[in-house]
Design a protein around this ligand. Structure first.
Ligand code: ATP
Length: 355
């Protein structure tokens, strides 16, 4: 059994279920990202864990203790959890030190211990030099570090983060992803992290939970989710991909349009035969002006456009029936728009998906 257990959770607003029969097990010390598009129910799941909303069905357990069930939920302040919001919610009239020490003061810690614990966490979050400043005198990234320090200093059993980096500019966001992971490796709090940004999830998470319309589409390590997506939704959401559809022969090949027979080295071959999706990542498509040696998994098309992006080129290729394939190639492969090309989709990179 995991440390944090969600079992059959359902939450409805005005009769409509936004979280549907959701079950998830989080190990102690794991960092789990809930990842999905806007409105898929990530924040509602986090708020159910925090205790700001109550489930209509199901239950939540922490360390075996039931903390939430319909009509029987522990108050948020009794759950030993810290939550970090998009807006850092710092006290503007308090210094960095006082913001960080606030939770310890509430708990009535003796002065010496309070000072020592606040100092330790300020050092870990690289804020010692800024301890006497006010939030209004800090950059966005520094404010976010204060909110992290404030959440960590009370040594919560569970840390909850709701899109913590969405107010930062792109460079800072990238830096803070590594910072969050570094702090996680140092303190190992059981953490649930909500984001719609796949790079953020890949950088920070031990386990990525991809959500869609209130349910979990797939949960796994970043590598598992990227390399072995189960559904078209997951394949498209994590990393760019082409999806072909066709008739599965019952073994390992899917006959798609344009005379393209795709042999797939891996997949979720199911019982359906007629409309099987196959995913091939953009950078796994081999593009060449000459006909390749391999006859299988090969199709001819016409370059619709190509863009030079320094380290690589990004192609759109039209097939005979109007279908478009995207290919990312080394920058040295340059074929102008309008010219015929061959695409080879290596079987080891073709993955059949569940319907
Ligand atoms: P985002 O990334 O945009 O924050 P999300 O995946 O976190 O999206 P939620 O905030 O969980 O999604 O919302 C899921 C659905 O529930 C949305 O359609 C939202 O409008 C609805 N919803 C959330 N809270 C309430 C509420 N208090 N009352 C009514 N509907 C709500």
């Amino acid at each position: 059994m995991g440390f944090l257990e969600l079992k059959g959770l359902t939450k409805r607003f005005a009769g409509a279920a936004v979280v549907k029969d959701l079950s998830l097990s989080v190990e102690k010390g794991q960092l789990v990202c809930l990842l999905g598009p806007s409105g898929c129910g990530k924040t509602t799941t986090l708020r159910l864990i925090a205790g700001f909303v109550e489930p209509d069905e199901g239950e939540i357990r922490v360390g075996g203790r039931r903390i939430s069930a319909p009509g029987d939920s522990e108050a948020p302040e009794r759950r030993n959890m810290s939550m970090i919001f998009q807006s850092y919610a710092l006290w503007p009239h308090m210094t960095v030190f006082d913001n960080v020490a606030y939770g310890l003061r509430l708990r009535g810690l003796p002065k010496g211990e309070l000072q020592q614990r606040a100092d330790t966490i300020l050092a870990a979050t690289q804020l010692s030099q800024l301890a006497t400043r006010y939030p209004g005198e800090l950059s966005g990234g520094q404010q976010q570090r204060v909110s992290l320090a404030r959440a960590l200093v009370v040594e919560p059993e569970t840390l909850l983060l709701d899109e913590p980096l969405s107010n930062l500019d792109a460079n800072l966001r990238e830096e803070m992803r590594f910072e969050i992971r570094r702090l996680h490796d140092k303190f190992r709090y059981t953490t649930v992290y909500v984001t719609h940004d796949q790079a953020e999830a890949m950088t920070t998470a031990d386990l990525i939970v991809v959500m869609n319309q209130g349910v979990i589409e797939q949960a796994g390590s970043p590598e598992e989710i990227y390399q072995r997506p189960r559904t078209e939704f997951v394949a498209r959401f994590i990393g760019g991909t082409n999806v072909f559809r066709g008739r599965w022969d019952g073994q390992d090949t899917v006959a798609c349009g344009n005379g393209l027979a795709l042999r797939c080295a891996s997949g979720e071959f199911g019982s359906a035969v007629a409309d099987t999706p196959v995913s091939v990542r953009h950078h796994d498509v081999r593009l060449s002006a000459e006909k390749p040696g391999a006859a299988t998994n090969t199709v001819q098309g016409t370059v619709a456009r190509q863009i030079y992006l320094g380290s690589h080129r990004d192609y759109l290729v039209n097939l005979a029936d109007g279908e478009t394939v995207r290919a990312v190639t080394p920058a040295g492969i340059s074929v102008p728009a309008g010219q015929a090309v061959w695409l080879h989709l290596p079987p080891e990179h073709c993955r059949a998906l569940a319907q």
